[in-house]
Structures are given as structure tokens and as C-alpha cells.
Write a protein of this length. Structure first.
Length: 253
């Protein structure tokens, strides 16, 4: 039986209140269990979008695990009393699971992004974890491309324990809710931009910005045309709703 993660919901989303070592250990456990299912990483963009999208809320509710991929989400959990809650970023989770899985022969599949990114990612991961077993890579392509039936057959042919899925949020969450069963018994984990960061095709924020909750600002400055509208909508709504919640709590005391 898989270990149950402590849950501290945030706005109705059942987010696990864990740090990175505990989260990566759970992912390895689920992958080795051979029971399928999927995990999501929930940042402010996903959390706020889910408030307006029933399909996305349902996908997050169906996930075996949901991690706080962003300090604002983890801080919300900590304010509610879950002091163990920490940010679990996609790139950090991939690296931690590769490290844990290396001595036990965990079988990885990489699904998403472009052939160029996935090729660089495979090389970078094997440079860091030379005994890691990457059994199959599938790159549907950039833009709106989603994995096709042939792509899923190729992934299954590698018999992976875990499938890392990078299709971009919230597309990957909706896709995993529909298709993860077809990849069972592998465990599917949606990690968004982690492929680009680990492949070094995009630069990640300096460590101090990651640790202080400012990685979103670094990403905004790096990709203003793509991210400005998203952050204007979701970050502002998150800040407004959080302030309203705090005001309500203080008024009730």
C-alpha cells in the first residue's frame, strides 16, 4: 500500500504538505508500486486557473499527488498550520527522483517538448546520473502538439516505471487526467517547464530568487511577451483573494 501524503488543501485543491525529500520519495514509491496514476505540480497559475475551470479542478482532484510548485502555495499551507509544507519545483523533483532511482534501476520515460530540448535533457540527465535508465523519449513538438496514439504506444514499449510529462500547464494536467490510465502501470508526473530548465535551453532564476519566492519575476523578465498576461491575471487574483482571506480571518478573531 502506498504511503498517504499529508494534505493541506488550498482553495479546495488537495495539495500535499511535504518537503522535496518526502515528495521525491513518494514519487519513487508510487512509480515502483506499478499502480499507475498521475501527479500534478500546482503553482499560482494552476491554482487560480482551477478556480475558473471545472475540468482542471477535477483533474487536480483525481491526481494521486499534488505538490506545491511555488512558494505562495506552500506559504498558504503553512499559514493554515502545515509547517512541513515546502515548495516542490518541477526541475528539483526530477533531479531528486533521478538521484533516488539511480541505484535501484528506476526506468524513466521523457514525454513532451521538442526533439531538440528532449535530446539535450537526456544528455544532461545522464551526465549528472550516469547509471540512470532513460528507456524512451518522445517529443510531440512545440505549440499545441499533444501526444498521439503512436506516441503513447512508443512510451509503453519502453516499459517505464515513471513518465515525466512536460506539455505545459494546464494542458498537461487535463491530458494526464484523460490519458494516464493508458500509460499504466507507469506513474505519470507533470513537470511543465522543468525540461527546459534541466536541458538548459532556458535559464533558471538564481537560487536566492528561487528561495525567496521571486522565481516568477525572473521568468517574467525572461519571457515578458509570453508570461505578462498570465501573471497579470493569476498573480493579481491570488494576491487579492489571499488578502481577502486574511482580512476575513482577522475579523473573525
Amino acid at each position: 500500500m502506498a504511503t498517504e501524503a499529508p494534505i493541506q488543501p488550498v482553495w479546495g485543491v488537495p495539495v500535499a504538505a511535504l518537503d522535496l525529500p518526502a515528495a521525491s520519495g513518494l514519487v519513487v514509491e508510487r512509480s515502483l508500486a506499478g499502480t499507475g496514476g498521475f501527479a500534478c505540480l500546482c503553482n499560482v497559475h494552476v491554482l487560480v486557473t482551477a478556480q475558473h475551470s471545472e475540468p482542471l479542478r477535477a483533474a487536480l482532484g483525481e491526481a494521486a499527488l499534488v505538490f506545491a510548485d511555488g512558494w505562495p502555495v506552500a506559504w498558504s499551507q503553512r499559514r493554515a498550520g502545515s509547517h512541513r509544507a515546502m515548495r516542490v519545483a518541477g526541475a528539483d523533483l526530477v533531479a531528486a527522483v533521478f538521484e533516488l532511482g539511480e541505484p535501484i534501476g528506476l526506468r524513466h520515460a521523457l514525454l513532451g517538448s521538442t526533439p531538440h530540448v528532449v535530446g539535450r535533457l537526456r544528455k544532461r540527465l545522464l551526465d549528472r546520473f550516469p547509471r540512470a535508465r532513460i528507456v524512451v523519449t518522445v517529443a510531440p513538438g512545440a505549440g499545441a502538439a499533444l501526444p498521439r496514439a503512436a506516441d503513447l504506444r512508443r512510451v509503453r514499449s519502453g516499459n517505464p516505471d515513471i513518465v515525466w510529462c512536460a506539455l505545459g500547464a494546464p494542458r498537461q494536467e487535463l491530458w494526464m487526467a484523460r490519458e494516464a490510465d493508458r500509460l499504466a502501470p507507469a506513474f505519470v508526473v507533470g513537470v511543465g517547464a522543468a525540461f527546459d530548465f534541466l536541458a538548459e535551453t532556458k535559464r533558471r532564476a538564481p537560487l536566492w530568487m528561487q528561495q525567496s519566492g521571486l522565481e516568477w519575476l525572473y521568468r517574467l523578465l525572461s519571457e515578458p511577451k509570453r508570461l505578462a498576461g498570465r501573471y497579470a491575471r493569476t498573480n493579481c487574483e491570488f494576491a487579492w483573494r489571499t488578502l481577502a482571506d486574511l482580512t476575513h480571518q482577522r475579523g473573525a478573531q
